[in-house]
Ligand binder design. Structure first.
Ligand SMILES: [Zn+2]
Length: 77
């Protein structure tokens, strides 16, 4: 399979999907996706997206929490 954007090679991968909901960052791990090796474009199946949205909207209890560093772009000049 080829990437729609750049024509690069697309491979099946497990990725971390990041989404902001109610001003909180959510990370969904081990999400099946197709990723372009050249430009990094990721494709998800409609079913995968649906499952993620359901989990977020239903405020599913997280499997774990992590601490996330935040850097203000202004502070790095
Ligand atoms: Zn690409």
């Amino acid at each position: 399979m080829k990437c729609n954007l750049c024509g690069g090679q697309v491979v099946d991968r497990e990725v971390s999907y990041t989404i902001e909901f109610k001003e909180r960052l959510h990370i969904i791990e081990h999400v099946p996706a197709r990723e372009c090796l050249q430009c990094g474009e990721r494709l998800y199946s409609p079913k995968t997206i649906e499952k993620i949205q359901k989990a977020i909207w239903q405020s599913r209890k997280p499997d774990r929490y992590i601490e996330t560093p935040v850097i203000d772009y202004v502070s790095i000049g």
